[in-house]
Design a binder for this molecule. Structure first.
Ligand code: PEP
Ligand code: MG
Length: 581
């Protein structure tokens, strides 16, 4: 019998609990004809399912309002209004009257509506496609009486390990976080957004657990180990005992880790390193500020938008940014403008693209929609009044993007002045270096920006042509490839030569081995997930810069990622051992 499923470690922590399967996907519907005599009963079944779906949505709405806020709860209003649209029930009933089974009739109508909305010229209607998909799944699973298909059914207080294909934004907003202790997904890699979100929520997680939904039945007890990337199914008593032992050990080390996280980030030979936190949701601000991090090196603002029916307005954004800036009491807080699109398409209404990773996204989309972008810029300029806020642009490939943004910042300031709204006019503007174009030609950016922040997740993806979210490619996704290391070295050297701060804010900065090589490449600023601060400082405090530089030189000269990783591992171990002597 299968007992251990292996995936990719995504968020540390051990949980022992029942598996809860969740199949949030449109189920397959067989063609089914009904006799004339059965038609009325089928229509009644349809209405019962629509009523039940409404009831569930109202429950979700109330819960979202209580747990997250009224803006997030509004997404369910859109779905409720679609369900209440007479046309939906009438078109389905018309097909049932032509002797189609209720589920097939509903399936056909929904597919037609989805196609129609997706092609619509009005963005407002295109935005509804995501909501239609959710309705499609919810009503069909009720009509087909499918188990495991509705997030509403996760039992309260279950301490469950949620196993699903992928944690999409729409699914995330439907989950009652009080019922879930850990997450396991079939899709994803350590830098995919499900992993980033799980770390933000502090939920242990394993991703890339391929075929988990087929291998599991649901209800069985399992041990999820987020650091090892494993799910032990139906464990023996001794395995459960061992897991509980490790949980107790981790709890016992909490004080030591806390002291380490709060200690100074200084190498053995006296070089000071700045360790900041990555913050993805405003609620993370207060715990992030207590994590030992000296400010925020990356706030991903797109999480304000995910799963929402529309973009947050200026006031809502201002409140969110202000909350983070205030929590960090004067320490720098780098807020990245919307990185929407590609793997992060959070709201409907954007045309689907053949190559979303290379598509209309991030700074491109913002610059093409200046009115939308300026809402964010105004909110940022206002929030800057409350601390040391800095603005950062994602996916930059050319200095023109920076210049156009500066122009829009001028306009945003003029608009705020006219309204007599208080704002700062001296906010720093930096760019993420996450495309090979920006890295190779970073000298073309130096005069127009105040800082560089290397986004290793995308830099690895675009340099190695490896999709960061594809579980099949996970072993090929590595920041230790000589091409990536050489690009980082080049960006650091160019930035330093022009007096710019150069930091790393991708997940690479949270990996101890990568921290070692980054120090050797000259990086002195890292932005990491708040839970990794202790591990990162352990490396910083345990090594000498001279040893890191030596190791980095050897890694740069390696011919493969594996070779670089092996030699770095050996040298880091030796360095840490020598520090313990
Ligand atoms: C990156 O690409 O490294 C990064 C930090 O941004 P994100 O993970 O949000 O794409
Ligand atoms: Mg990125």
């Amino acid at each position: 019998m299968l007992s251990v499923l292996r995936g990719i470690p995504a968020s540390p922590g051990i949980v022992v609990g029942p598996v809860h399967l969740l199949r949030w996907e449109v189920p397959e519907v067989k063609h089914r004809l009904v006799d004339d005599g059965e038609i009325e009963a089928e229509i009644a079944r349809l209405h019962a399912a629509l009523d039940k779906a409404r009831e569930r949505l109202r429950l979700l709405r109330a819960r979202a309002e209580a747990q997250v806020g009224p803006e997030e709860a509004a997404i369910f209003d859109v779905q409720l209004s679609i369900l209440d649209d007479r046309e939906l029930a009438n078109s389905t009933v018309a097909l049932i009257r032509q002797n189609l089974g209720a589920e097939k009739a509903f399936d056909i109508v929904l597919l037609e509506w989805r196609q129609h909305f997706a092609r619509h010229t009005a963005a407002m209607l295109r935005e509804k496609v995501g909501d239609l998909v959710d309705i499609h799944i919810r009503v069909l699973s009720l009509l087909l009486d499918l188990p495991d298909h509705d997030p509403v059914d996760v039992p309260p207080g279950a301490n469950a390990i949620l196993v699903t294909h992928d944690l999409t934004p729409s699914l995330t907003i439907q989950l009652d976080r009080n019922c879930i202790a850990a997450i396991a997904t079939e899709a994803g890699t350590a830098t995919a957004h499900v992993a980033i979100l799980a770390r933000s929520l502090g939920l242990p997680a394993v991703v890339g657990l391929r075929r988990a939904l087929t291998a599991l039945q649901g209800g069985e007890v399992a041990i999820l180990d987020g650091a090892e990337g494993t799910l032990v199914v139906a464990p023996s008593e001794s395995e459960v005992e061992a897991a509980r032992g490790r949980m107790a050990e981790e709890a016992g080390q909490a004080d030591e880790r806390r002291a380490l996280a709060l200690s100074e980030a200084i190498t053995r030979d006296g070089t000071r390193v700045t360790v900041r936190a990555n913050v993805d949701i405003p609620e993370e601000a207060e715990p992030g500020a207590q994590s030992g991090a000296e400010g925020v090196g990356l706030m991903r603002t797109e999480f304000l938008v995910v799963g929402r029916p529309s973009m947050p307005d200026e006031e809502e954004q201002y409140r969110a940014y202000k909350r983070v800036v205030q929590a960090f009491r004067g320490a720098p807080v780098v807020i990245r403008t919307f990185d929407i699109g590609g793997d992060k398409l959070p709201i409907g209404g954007f045309p689907s693209e053949a190559n979303p990773f290379l598509g209309w996204r991030a700074i491109r989309m913002c610059l093409d929609q200046p009115e939308l972008f300026k809402v964010q810029l105004r909110a940022l300029l206002r929030a800057a009044m409350h601390g040391e806020l800095r603005i950062m642009l994602p996916l930059v490939v050319t200095v023109d993007e920076v210049r156009e943004t500066r122009q829009l910042l001028e306009e945003a300031m003029a608009e705020l002045s006219e309204r007599r709204a208080p704002f700062r006019d001296d906010v720093s503007l930096g760019v993420m270096i996450e495309t090979p174009a920006a890295a190779v030609a970073c000298d073309t950016l130096v005069r127009d920006v105040d800082f560089f922040s290397i986004g290793s997740n995308d830099l690895v993806q675009y340099t190695l042509a490896v999709d960061r979210g594809n579980a099949n490619l996970a072993p090929r996704f590595t920041p230790f490839h000589p091409a990536v290391l050489r690009l980082i070295a080049q960006v650091q050297a160019t930035g330093a030569a022009h007096g710019l701060d150069v930091g790393v804010c991708g997940e690479m900065g949270s990996q101890p081995l990568a921290v070692f090589v980054l120090l050797g490449l000259g990086i002195r600023q890292l932005s990491v997930s708040p839970r990794s601060v202790a591990d990162v400082k352990r490396v910083i405090r345990g090594v000498r810069i001279a040893a890191a530089e030596d190791a980095a030189r050897a890694a740069l000269a390696a011919s493969t990622a594996r070779e670089a990783e092996t030699l770095l591992r050996r040298r880091l171990r030796a360095e840490l051992e020598s520090s313990a002597l």
